[in-house]
Design a protein around this ligand. Structure first.
Ligand SMILES: Cc1cc2nc3c(=O)[nH]c(=O)nc-3n(C[C@H](O)[C@H](O)[C@H](O)COP(=O)(O)OP(=O)(O)OC[C@H]3O[C@@H](n4cnc5c(N)ncnc54)[C@H](O)[C@@H]3O)c2cc1C
Length: 403
C-alpha cells in the first residue's frame, strides 16, 4: 500500500493500516502543508475537539498529546497555534505510524505488467503498489483568478507581483510594502492581520457586502440552546450537525444536492478570535471586485468595480486569498491511464467515490478535501479523518495479497 501525503489524513490512514497489519509506505513531509503553506503566527480556526487525528485506539487525541507533554488543556476559547498542531502531528506519526519517507511522489499510473499501480518517487525509485491512497490535501489546488494571474507571467509566488496565501510561510517579507489582500475568508483576514502586525500597509478587498465573523463559543450551553442549535465539529446548527454525523448519508444525496452543500456550507468568515486584530485596524473595502490588473513598473495596478465610481489601487504586492479548486486533473502525479478510469461527480472535477473512498479506478483511494463533494464539508477538515481513515484502511487492505 502506498499513502501519498503525511498530513492529517495520510497519517490517520497509515495509523489504521499499521494496526490492521497491512504493509504500507507513506510518502511526503510530515505535516508539510502546515509547515510551509501556512504563514508563521497563524492559528487554527477549528476548535481543539475538532482537531484530532484518527488513531485506531485511545490515546492519540490532541488533548492526549498536550497531557503527555505537560501542556495545559486547550478549550474552545483557546485558538490552537499552527506550530502546536505540527508538533502534535509529528508526535502522532512517531507513536502510531512509524517511518515516513520524506520524498515526493512524481507519478502514479497503471502498472504495465501484472496489475497494481506503478509509483515513481522524485529520487528516481519506482515500485508497484497493490493500492494507493491519495492524501495530498489542497496541494496543487490553489486558485488565483485569471485577472490577477496576468500580473505574474512567469508564475505567481512570493517574489512575483501576485501570490496565493498557500505560497507563504512568512509574511514579514512585505514589511513596509503596500499589499492588497483579495478575499474575505479566514486566510485573507488572518494574513491581513499578520501583514499589518509585520509593518506592511495592507488593505483587504472583498466581493461580499460585509465581513462575517464566527461567534464566541459559549461553554456549558443550557439544553434548550443545545437542542435548538446542536453542536458539531464544524459549528452549531442542525444542518452542520446532520452532515457531520452522517457523511455516508450525504453520499447518498443526489449529486446536485451534494454540490450545493459543497458550495454553500461554511462560506467565507473569520474566526471570532481574529476580529479584534482586523476590525478598525486593517482597512477593508467591501462590495468591490478586481476587474483588471496590470503591472506598472515594479507595482501592480488594480482596477476595482463596486457600487461607487470605478477606482484604481496601486500596491507592491497582491495576495490572493481566493481559495482552492477541487480538480483531480491538477494532481500532476496522476498518470493518464489511471486518470482515464476516474469518473467525476457530475458538475465537478472531484472524483466519484465508493462508500469506502475508492475511486472508479480499482485500488485508487482519495481522501481529504477532494472527497468533500461526496461525503460533505467535514472532509475539508481534520475532523473528517475519523470517518475516513478506518474505512479507507479497511477497504484498501483487501488489495494486499497475503504472502
Ligand atoms: C490556511 C488554511 C487553514 C486551515 N485551517 C484549518 C483548521 O483550522 N482546521 C481544520 O480542520 N482544517 C483546516 N484547514 C484545512 C486543512 O487543509 C485540512 O483540514 C487538513 O490539512 C487536511 O489534511 P490532509 O492530510 O488532507 O492535507 P494536508 O495537511 O495538506 O497534507 C497533505 C500532505 O501531502 C503532501 N503532498 C502533496 N503532494 C505530494 C506528493 N506528490 N508526494 C508526497 N507528498 C505530497 C503535502 O506536502 C502535505 O504535507 C485549513 C486549510 C488552510 C489552507
Amino acid at each position: 500500500m502506498a499513502v501519498i501525503g503525511a498530513g492529517p489524513y495520510g497519517l490517520s490512514v497509515a495509523a489504521h493500516l499499521r494496526c490492521a497489519g497491512v504493509p504500507f509506505r507513506v510518502f511526503g513531509e510530515v505535516m508539510g502543508s502546515w509547515r510551509h503553506a501556512m504563514a508563521t503566527g497563524m492559528f487554527l480556526k477549528s476548535t481543539p475537539a475538532a482537531t484530532d487525528l484518527s488513531a485506531p485506539g485511545p490515546g492519540g487525541r490532541l488533548s492526549d498529546f498536550r497531557r503527555v507533554h505537560g501542556e495545559p488543556e486547550l478549550t474552545e476559547l483557546t485558538p490552537i497555534p499552527c506550530d502546536v498542531f505540527v508538533r502534535y502531528g509529528q508526535w502522532f506519526q512517531k507513536r502510531y505510524v512509524g517511518d515516513v519517507e520524506p520524498v515526493r511522489v512524481v507519478s502514479v499510473d497503471r502498472a504495465t505488467n501484472a496489475g497494481g499501480i506503478a509509483v515513481r518517487l522524485d529520487d528516481g525509485r519506482e515500485f508497484t503498489a497493490a493500492a494507493v491512497v491519495v492524501a495530498t490535501g489542497l496541494s496543487g489546488l490553489a486558485h488565483i483568478p485569471d485577472e490577477l494571474l496576468r500580473l505574474a507571467p512567469e508564475g505567481p509566488g512570493p517574489g512575483a507581483l501576485v501570490s496565493h496565501t498557500g505560497h507563504h510561510s512568512d509574511l514579514s517579507r512585505y514589511a513596509g510594502q503596500r499589499v492588497a489582500v483579495i478575499g474575505g475568508g479566514q486566510s485573507a483576514l488572518e494574513s491581513a492581520a499578520l501583514l499589518h502586525e509585520a509593518g506592511a500597509h495592507v488593505q483587504v478587498l472583498v466581493r461580499e457586502q460585509g465581513l462575517l465573523w464566527g461567534t464566541i463559543p459559549q461553554l456549558g450551553r443550557p439544553w434548550p440552546q443545545r437542542f435548538a442549535k446542536p453542536a458539531s465539529p464544524l459549528g452549531t446548527g442542525w444542518t452542520l450537525a446532520s452532515v457531520c454525523r452522517a457523511p455516508g448519508g450525504v453520499r447518498r444525496l443526489p449529486a446536485a444536492a451534494r454540490m450545493l452543500l459543497y458550495r454553500r456550507a461554511l462560506g467565507p468568515s473569520g474566526g471570532w478570535w481574529l476580529r479584534e486584530r482586523v476590525e478598525g485596524i486593517v482597512p477593508v473595502r467591501t462590495s468591490c471586485r478586481v476587474t483588471h490588473a496590470e503591472a506598472s513598473g515594479s507595482a501592480a495596478r488594480l482596477q476595482l468595480a463596486g457600487p461607487d465610481e470605478p477606482d484604481i489601487v496601486t500596491v507592491d504586492h497582491v495576495l490572493a486569498a481566493t481559495g482552492y479548486r477541487l480538480d483531480i486533473d491538477a494532481l500532476a502525479f496522476l498518470g493518464p491511464a489511471l486518470r482515464r478510469g476516474i469518473i467525476c461527480v457530475p458538475g465537478s472535477k472531484a472524483p466519484q467515490l465508493s462508500s469506502m473512498f475508492q475511486t472508479s479506478t480499482p485500488g485508487l483511494y482519495v481522501t481529504g478535501s477532494l472527497a468533500a463533494p461526496m461525503f460533505g464539508p467535514m472532509m475539508r477538515f481534520v475532523a473528517g479523518t475519523e470517518y475516513a481513515a478506518a474505512r479507507v484502511a479497511r477497504d484498501a487492505a483487501r488489495w494486499v495479497v497475503a504472502p
